[in-house]
Structure formats: C-alpha cells, structure tokens
Write a protein that binds this ligand. Structure first.
Ligand code: SF4
Length: 220
C-alpha cells in the first residue's frame, strides 16, 4: 500500500536525519523491491493490525491503541490529533470534556448523533508529552489514517486542530488563516476547525467553530 511504503521510507529518512546525516545514498524507492506491505481493506482487520503495531516508538509507552470508531459509512469524519491519557486507558477516542464538547457540536449544531459520524486521530498511540510528538511518528502513523479515510469514504472530512490540518493536507499554513475554509478534494471536502480541547482553553473561539459547523451543516 503506497502510503505505508511512503511512511516507512520517510521514517527511515527521518531516523537518518536525527543521526546527523545530511546526505545518504539510500537507493531510490522502488515498489518492486518491497515485500508486500499491504494494509487490509477492512476496518476490522486494519484495527487489529494497528493494535499490534510497533512501527514507531509510541508503541513502547501506550497502554492501548486508540483506533477510530463510529459509522463505517459515515458522511462526516472528524480527525483529531493525539489520544489523551484517559483514551489510552480505554482505547476509545474523544473521551472527557473535549469528547463531550465534540458530541455536543455534532448533536446540537449538525443535528446528527455521534454514532452517525466517524471519529479518529492522526496518531493512534498516546504520546507521554503531546508537545513532543515527532514528525517521524506522525508520518509513520498517517498510513493508518489514510487507509481509514479510503475505507470510510466520508464526503466531508473535518480536521480538528492545527496538527490534524497540517499533516492531512501537507499545508503548513497557520490554522487561524484557513479555519472554516471549504477545501475541495477529489472525493471529499475538507473543513479545518479548532480542536475541542483547544476550545476548552479558549472558549472565546466557540463562535468561530459554530460558524464552521454551520457551513458543514449546509454541505450536508
Ligand atoms: S502511533 Fe501509529 S505507527 Fe506508532 S506504534 Fe502506534 S499505531 Fe503504530
């Protein structure tokens, strides 16, 4: 699977960069050289594979892999950034006050229930220090996220927070500049907005998120 191959190659390059390499004669990537590293075409099997994943260092500190959950045929998919400690304890995404706020956003503004949508994260394992998530970990784990997106085929993808927007799109513009923009992709529209956990610390931004959700409601 192309994304997994790319993630593994990127991981290797970042590791070499961390070791101080400025140039490496690593040979150009060729799919023909690779063992078959296919990610499965069913969410259930993909989740099982992620649960046994040791592709990055976060596998050493996690208690549970926090895979996405919700409607496998959802029209709307929410992508957060990293699982919190309480989510690591249970293996479920978007718990606690941030999770409650997300549920309220879905129910009260979109008029949907949480079981109508699919929620997931950029990283499937909890980092001990969320401020120190390494690019290598994100680029490695993105293969799971992109496979989830491919399998769910949501028409509207909502990225929650700057990390999710940056790494899903590879556009590193400040979130405050792109928030609420409707970005058309081949098979879905992407709408970036703030993460509920960020809103808990910055309640004055709820109005902006409400406006973003109104746009999503119109798209529905
Ligand atoms: S964060 Fe992702 S890539 Fe790293 S061990 Fe967990 S599932 Fe695997």
């Amino acid at each position: 699977m192309k994304n997994l191959h790319n993630a593994l190659r990127l991981k290797q390059l970042y590791q070499l960069k961390d070791l101080g390499y400025k140039y490496t004669n690593i040979k150009p990537f060729s799919y023909a050289d690779q063992n078959p590293l296919e990610l499965p075409n069913s969410l259930k099997t993909l989740k099982e594979q992620a649960k046994n994943c040791h592709l990055c260092s976060l596998s050493k500190s996690r208690t549970n892999v926090v895979f996405g959950e919700g409607n496998e045929k959802a029209t709307v998919m929410f992508i957060g950034d990293v699982p919190l400690a309480m989510e690591d304890n249970t293996g479920q995404p978007f718990l606690g006050r941030g999770g409650e706020m997300l549920t309220a956003m879905i129910e009260k503004v979109l008029g949907l229930s949480r079981s109508d949508v699919y929620v997931t994260n950029l990283l499937k394992c909890h980092p001990l220090n969320t401020q120190e998530v390494h690019e290598t970990q994100v680029h490695t784990c993105k293969a799971y996220l992109f496979k989830e997106m491919e399998l769910i085929q949501a028409k509207i993808v909502v990225t929650l927070g700057e990390k999710a927007y940056h790494y899903v799109t590879n556009d590193f513009t400040d979130l405050k500049e792109v928030r609420g923009t409707i970005i058309q992709n081949n098979s879905y529209v992407l709408v970036p907005t703030y993460h509920p956990n960020f809103l808990l610390k910055n309640p004055s931004l709820k109005k902006e998120v409400f406006m973003d959700l109104q746009k999503i409601k119109e798209l529905l």
